[in-house]
Design a protein around this ligand. Structure first.
Ligand code: NDP
Length: 492
């Protein structure tokens, strides 16, 4: 990257990162980044095509097949990952600024959540790199002769990592840490809105001493380079985080040559609030669950299921929290919520708010936002909704909460499980038996009891139903980048 500007030296011109070097697109095309706050162009980047994808995949392929990387031990990969974690820690403020500038959120949010989590993920991955052990399996032998069988976990190969714009650096590290621990190489395709932090990661990878070509980044549109990556025969696995529509398309394309696929998709996560919950804690926790990052979180707790005994008081207190959130330019003192990330999001979220009003849900806070300059959406709360409404079924990906009352546990579970999604869920109650019962019955990849979306590099993360396939993070997240091989030896 060249031509650094701004207080924390955000790059103004970016290029692809292929085989350890920054390069322009083969056809010289460039894209622009628009600030969600004032819609001004604040940086440009290389807008890639198929030729750039081919070069990046060849570079990753060469390192995986016969490069220096292919000969490193797990212990040595771990040492490199630890160096990388140190460098991310050194540049954490800058990286937080990069992600914040691209999507218009207060930099404090990625600084306190995304960056610590990303650093932890890289360090935890470093720890796994030399512990990917197999099993020894007793078998009856081969034609009467004794045998010993053992399994090994081998790196799956070249990975295409396609990432979204909402928490870009953290999600990139959820993929890059585990896949490097397993011994894979990668071509990262960040979202068009957020190429900056992925490119910075590639620079740090080089600085840490990884061989050139282990981590490559190509920037540009999903429909061109994302698609080209998924189709490229040099790619062995695609790991994708994004919308269910694109996830489905990727799975269909990948089926052509049986590429491995893991998909982290959307959600419509329920937050179940029982009458015996600590009300203040539940209101604050549910508010964080839907308003954090302007509601642009895959696990956003967008459906709040409240026991009928406290539905009214809960809705009043929750709406008061929504009204108190200060929305504006995140660079200004005291602002708690920035704009949504792009104009398409602004239009989409407002459309859903109109649909909620038309369906007859009670608007308790916020409402349709007028377009001025910048893509600011008011935190919005609907009460007295039912689970058939569009605002209760479809992922809005914005700061819109839908409160639905319920009578008893059976009804709560029926509503909670009554969507195509199954990513996260929360249960707010002081009854420990009820907590375990509800956690067991709700269909989701992760359930938080009296807390929202607990994420940690040691915990698996992923969805059931149309929220995805496979897990990231935890041991499962590293193993997802390996193939298990069994070797049987006749011993006598
Ligand atoms: P998209 O699915 O539109 O995009 C995700 C990534 O896929 C981007 O890099 C995009 O590129 C790329 N892409 C788009 N079209 C194709 C294609 N045809 N082939 C290959 N790649 C393609 O999602 P968003 O970026 O809009 O993110 C929001 C969605 O992601 C929400 O639905 C949200 O729930 C989900 N999400 C899920 C998470 C989880 O952990 N389960 C975490 C974060 C988000 P480009 O941007 O350049 O078009």
């Amino acid at each position: 990257m060249t031509d650094m500007a701004g207080s924390l030296a955000l790059p103004r011109e970016m290029r692809h990162f292929i085989e350890g070097r920054e390069v322009e697109s083969a056809d010289g095309r460039r894209g622009e980044l628009l600030s969600p706050v004032d819609e001004a162009v604040f940086a440009t980047y290389a807008f890639g095509g198929e030729e750039d994808v081919d070069k990046a995949v060849s570079s990753a392929r060469a390192q995986f097949d016969h490069g220096e990387w292919s000969r490193l031990s797990g212990y040595d990969r771990g040492l490199l990952l630890n160096k990388l974690a140190d460098l991310i820690e050194r540049d954490a403020d800058l990286i937080a600024e990069m992600d914040a500038a691209c999507i218009g959120r207060p930099a404090m949010e990625p600084r306190i959540l995304d960056l610590p989590n990303a650093i932890q993920t890289i360090r935890t991955s470093a720890g796994w790199a030399d512990k990917l052990e197999g099993r020894t399996i007793p078998t009856p032998g081969y034609l009467g002769r004794p045998t010993i069988s053992y399994t090994v976990h081998e790196a799956v190969g070249v990975v295409a990592a396609i990432t979204p714009w909402n928490t870009p650096f953290m999600i990139t590290c959820w993929k890059v840490g585990p896949l490097l621990a397993a011994g894979c190489t990668v071509v990262i395709k960040p979202s068009e809105e957020t190429p900056m932090s992925a490119l910075h990661l590639a620079r740090l990878v080089k600085e840490a001493g990884f061989p050139d070509g282990v981590v490559n980044v190509v920037t540009g549109s999903g429909s061109v380079i994302g698609n080209a990556l998924v189709r490229n025969p040099g790619v062995d696995k695609v790991t994708f985080t994004g919308s269910p529509g694109v996830g489905k398309h990727i799975q269909q394309e990948a089926a052509e040559d049986f590429k491995r696929v893991s998909l982290e998709l959307g959600g419509k996560s329920p937050q179940i609030v029982y009458a015996d919950a600590d009300l203040a804690e539940a209101v604050a926790g549910c508010a964080m669950g839907i308003f954090f990052n302007q509601g642009q979180i895959c696990a956003a707790g967008s459906r709040i299921l409240v026991h009928e005994d406290i539905a009214e008081i809960f809705a009043q207190q929750f709406a008061a929290v929504a009204e108190s959130i200060v929305v504006g330019d995140p660079a200004q003192e005291g602002v708690q919520m920035g704009p949504v990330a792009k104009k398409a999001q602004f239009d989409r979220v407002n459309d859903y708010i109109r649909k909620g009003i038309d369906a007859g849900a009670t608007l308790m806070a916020g409402g349709v936002s007028e377009y001025t300059q910048g893509w600011f959406v008011k935190p919005t709360v609907f009460a007295n909704a039912n689970n058939d409404m569009v605002i209760a079924q479809e992922e809005i990906f914005g700061p819109v909460a839908t409160i639905i009352p319920f009578k008893d546990e059976d009804e709560a579970i029926q509503i909670a499980n009554g969507t195509v999604y199954g990513l996260g869920a929360t249960v707010w109650t002081s009854d420990v038996k009820r907590a375990h019962r509800l956690a067991k019955r709700v269909k989701a990849g992760a359930v938080g009891v009296n807390c929202w979306a607990p994420i940690d590099a040691r915990l698996p993360w992923g969805g059931v139903k149309q929220s995805g396939i496979g897990r990231e993070c935890g041991l499962a997240g590293v193993m997802a980048y390996t193939e298990e091989k069994v070797i049987t030896v006749v011993t006598d």
